[in-house]
Design a protein around this ligand. Structure first.
Ligand SMILES: Nc1ncnc2c1ncn2[C@@H]1O[C@H](COP(=O)(O)OP(=O)(O)O)[C@@H](O)[C@H]1O
Ligand SMILES: [Mg+2]
Length: 251
């Protein structure tokens, strides 16, 4: 018997007014295969992530995580099962230090009431410092997040998500807002950290250089549907993708 996919969706459908943001979306994500999602604005990419994390409930269709139906679960229970999320704009407490942000996240995982109490800090400090090292941000541990570069903030946001010990991390445009000179470095660190933590990723990305370099597979979204799926090489050479997605990016 083959193992259940890490995440599988079957016929996810949702309409907002007259717009079908998900139109029978069926996707399979296997452990260890990083999937990039590309597609024009308004195609339904973020909606897909919102449904997988329980923030939006589909009007029909199901989400399975490790073979179990998680469709009806609230977001926090889906996180507990092992699905974490990082946002286009890092959701950090900017006046707190990087390390404090991780301690807060780890405490949310453990259900602690007062995450910054000295005892809890000591107990989890080493684990959180390891995570900061994994994303090359150990030197930023004791600096307030507000002082850091956008690239560092993105990486710390990833470390915050990893502190929840997920098996799958969903990333919405992880390199948006990062200077183009910093983008590839941020993505390299991110992908290496995920591999080390044995976390599979799904990332929405507009930069095709990043997609071809860092994705194992690519899915193309268009008008609420998965239009095409394959290796970066196959997908990025496809005439429809060049016309509908890459053409738009260049224009
Ligand atoms: N919560 C919502 N309420 C109403 N319309 C929404 C909502 N979320 C998304 N939409 C609409 O659904 C479509 C898909 O949006 P989205 O998933 O954000 O696309 P993408 O991330 O690919 O740019 C868009 O037309 C958007 O305006
Ligand atoms: Mg989006």
């Amino acid at each position: 018997m083959t193992a259940a996919p890490l995440l599988e969706t079957r016929d996810l459908t949702i309409k907002f007014g007259g717009i079908t943001a998900a139109d029978k979306v069926s996707v399979r994500i296997d452990a260890g295969r990083n999937l990039a999602i590309i597609g024009p604005n308004g195609a339904g990419k973020t909606t897909f992530l919102n449904i997988c994390t329980g923030w939006i409930k589909p009007s029909s269709g199901k989400v399975f995580f490790e073979g179990e139906d998680v469709t009806p679960l609230p977001p926090r229970k889906i996180v507990k099962r092992g699905v974490a999320r990082a946002f286009q704009i890092p959701q950090l407490f900017t006046e707190h230090t990087a390390l404090e942000n991780l301690l807060i996240s780890a405490s949310a995982r453990e259900g602690l009431r007062n995450p910054l109490r000295p005892m809890h800090r000591i107990a989890q400090r080493d684990e959180m410092m390891n995570l900061l090292e994994m994303v090359n941000c150990a030197d930023a541990a004791n600096r307030p997040v507000v002082e850091l570069s956008e690239g560092q903030r993105k990486l710390i946001d990833i470390a915050v998500a990893l502190a929840l010990k997920p098996r799958l991390l969903l990333l919405d445009e992880p390199t948006s807002g990062v200077a183009s000179s910093e983008k590839h470095k941020v993505m390299e660190i991110l992908i290496a950290a995920l591999a080390k933590a044995q976390v599979t990723s799904v990332f929405v990305e507009h930069d095709m250089g990043i997609v071809s370099r860092h994705a194992d597979e690519v899915a193309v979204w268009n008008t609420g549907k998965v239009q095409l799926r394959g290796t970066p090489h196959e997908v990025l050479a496809h005439p429809d993708v060049i016309h509908d997605v890459i053409g738009e990016e260049i224009a």
